[in-house]
Design a protein around this ligand. Structure first.
Ligand code: HMG
Length: 440
C-alpha cells in the first residue's frame, strides 16, 4: 500500500510578540514564573493590524507552494481548519484560494474547498479527510492543501489570556510523502462537553480547570481506543509523542498520565515497582474515594523517577519547544508540536527515518484522536528550509499598552484604528472588512 501523509509544512506566525515574563506578568501583578514555568509559555504571537486567519493561512500556503514548485493544478483539495472563522457561509479556504489565485497563473476552480470545525482538533480531521480522499483514489494524482489557522484570543482578564497565540500551519498531504506517513489505525475519545465553547461569540467561555480534566479524560479514551486496533503501546516504540499543546504545562500532565498508561504490564512497570513501590491499577484512576490520595502520591513519585524524567526529556520536551515561544495556535498547535520535535532531532543530528511518532490531537467540545506516524527518508531536507527561527526572532515586541490596543483591533465588536507595528514584506495583507476581495 502506498504511503500517504505529510509531504511539506510551512508556518506563518503572527508578527507581534507579547513577552509574558517581562510585559504581561508585571501588568497582571503575577509572578513571571507562573507563566514561564507553570504554564510554560515565554512569548505569545499575535497578529499585526494587517494580519488575520486568511492572510496568515495564505502566506503559509504560498511559501509551501513556492518551495515545492507546485502550480494550482497540482492541488485538488483545499481544507481550512479554524475556530476563528468570521464568515458563517463562505469557507475560509475560498478567501485563501482567492489570495493565491491573485499571484499564480492558473486557478483552483476544480479543487474541492471546505472548512472544518472541531475546536483545536480540526487540523488533524482535515488531514484525515485528505488521507481518505487520496486512499479512495478520488484525487486524480493531485495533493491536498490543509491549512490550520487561528487567532486564539480570550477576553481580557480571563485566565486563558496567558495562553493566547496566533498563527497558521500549512501542510501538503500526498502519496509518497517526504515527512511522515500516517497510520491506518486511529483511536477516538469523544463526548458532549461545555467547558470551552463560543456559541455566537468571538471569545470563548471557559472553565479552565475543568477543561484540563476533559482533555485528560478524552486523551485517555482515545489512547485506549487506538490500542484496541493497533495493539498495546510501549514508550520505546515511539521517538516522540506530539500532543495538542494549549500550553506546555498541559502536556506535562498528559504525558504523565499517558506514561503511566502505556507502561502498565511492561518491563518498565516492573522496574518502577522496584523504584517506587506502589502499583495502582488502571481502575484506580477512576477517582474512586480512598484511592485518590494514593494515586496522587504515586504520580508524584513516578514524575520524580529518573526513568520518567529521561523519557520526558527525550520524547516530550522537544515537542513543546515552539509552543512555549508562540502560545496556543488552536488548530495548528499539534502540528507545531510535530514540527518542534522534527526540528529538535534535526538540530541534534538524529536520523529519524523509519522512527515513529504517537500523535495526540484534541479539541474542546470535546474529542481526542490518537494515531501513529512514520518518519520518511527525506524528512530532513523538508524540515531544514522552514524559517521558524527567523519568523519568531523578527516579531515586534509589544508593550502592555500596545498589546491592549492590538487585542481591541482584533476584537470584532470594537472599531479601533491603529497604525501597524511592522511593515508587510511582499505578503498577503488584510485590507478591510468591506473589501474582502482586495487581499494582496
Ligand atoms: P490559572 O488558573 O490562572 O493558573 O490558569 P494556575 O493558578 O492553575 O497556574 C497554572 C500553573 O502554574 C499551575 O501548575 C501552577 O501550580 C503553576 P499545575 O499545578 O497546573 O501544574 N504556578 C507556578 N509555577 C511556578 N511559579 C509560580 C507559579 N504560580 C502558579 N509562581 C488555566 C490556568 C489553564 C486555567 C488557564 O490558562 C486557562 O483557562 N486556559 C485556557 C483553557 C485551556 O488552555 N485549557 C487546556 C485544556 S483544553 C484545550 O486544550 C483546548 C483548547 O486549546 C481550545 C480548543 O480545543 O479549541 C484550550
Amino acid at each position: 500500500m502506498t504511503a500517504v501523509g505529510i509531504d511539506a509544512i510551512e508556518i506563518r506566525s503572527g508578527r507581534l510578540r507579547l513577552d509574558l515574563a517581562e510585559t504581561f506578568a508585571p501588568a497582571k501583578n503575577e509572578d513571571p514564573e507562573k507563566y514561564t514555568k507553570g504554564i510554560g509559555i515565554e512569548h505569545s504571537s499575535l497578529p499585526d493590524v494587517y494580519e488575520d486567519i486568511v492572510t496568515m493561512g495564505a502566506n503559509a500556503a504560498k511559501a509551501l507552494i513556492d518551495r515545492k514548485g507546485l502550480t494550482p493544478d497540482d492541488i485538488g483539495r483545499i481544507d481550512v481548519a479554524t475556530e476563528s472563522a468570521f464568515d458563517n457561509s463562505k469557507p475560509v479556504s475560498t478567501y485563501i484560494a482567492g489570495c493565491l489565485e491573485s499571484v499564480y497563473d492558473g486557478d483552483f476552480h476544480h479543487a474541492n474547498k471546505g472548512e472544518r470545525k472541531f475546536a483545536c482538533l480540526s487540523g488533524t480531521q482535515s488531514i484525515d479527510d485528505a488521507y481518505n480522499w487520496i486512499r479512495a483514489g478520488r484525487n486524480r494524482g493531485r495533493a491536498a492543501l490543509v491549512i490550520a489557522t487561528d487567532t486564539a484570543l480570550y477576553e481580557r482578564g480571563d485566565p486563558g489570556e496567558a495562553t493566547q497565540g496566533a498563527g497558521a500551519v500549512a501542510m501538503l498531504i500526498d502519496e509518497d510523502p517526504d515527512i511522515v506517513a500516517l497510520s491506518t489505525e486511529q483511536g477516538y475519545g469523544s463526548a458532549d462537553e461545555t467547558d470551552f465553547l463560543k456559541p455566537n461569540q468571538q471569545f470563548p467561555s471557559v472553565d479552565g480547570k475543568r477543561s484540563i480534566q476533559v482533555y485528560l479524560a478524552r486523551m485517555r479514551e482515545a489512547l485506549e481506543d487506538y490500542e484496541s486496533v493497533a495493539g498495546d503501546t510501549h514508550p520505546d516504540s515511539f521517538a516522540y509523542f506530539p500532543f495538542h499543546t494549549p500550553y506546555p504545562g498541559m502536556v506535562r500532565k498528559a504525558a504523565l498520565l499517558g506514561y503511566r498508561h502505556i507502561t502498565r504490564d511492561t518491563d518498565i512497570e516492573e522496574a518502577l515497582a522496584g523504584d517506587i513501590g506502589l502499583q495502582p491499577r488502571e481502575s484506580d484512576f477512576d477517582s474512586r474515594e480512598g484511592y485518590e490520595e494514593a494515586i496522587r502520591a504515586y504520580m508524584d513519585d513516578l514524575k520524580a523517577t529518573s526513568r520518567y524524567q529521561a523519557w520526558y526529556d527525550e520524547a516530550i520536551d522537544p515537542t513543546v519547544d515552539v509552543s512555549g515561544q508562540v502560545g496556543n495556535w488552536y488548530t495548528g498547535s499539534v502540528h507545531l508540536a510535530r514540527l518542534s520535535a522534527l526540528r529538535a532531532a534535526a538540530a541534534d543530528g538524529v536520523d529519524l527515518a523509519g522512527q515513529r511518532f504517537l500523535v495526540g490531537s484534541y479539541g474542546s467540545g470535546a474529542q481526542a484522536e490518537i494515531h501513529a506516524e512514520t518518519v520518511q527518508e527525506e524528512w530532513r531536507d523538508s524540515i531544514d528550509p522552514i524559517d521558524v527561527d527567523d519568523q519568531l526572532a523578527t516579531r515586534y515586541d509589544l508593550s502592555f499598552e500596545e498589546y491592549e490596543l492590538i487585542h481591541d483591533v482584533h476584537n470584532h465588536e470594537k472599531e479601533v484604528e491603529v497604525e501597524a507595528f511592522t511593515q508587510p514584506e511582499a505578503e498577503f495583507v488584510f485590507t478591510g472588512w468591506g473589501r474582502m476581495n482586495e487581499r494582496r
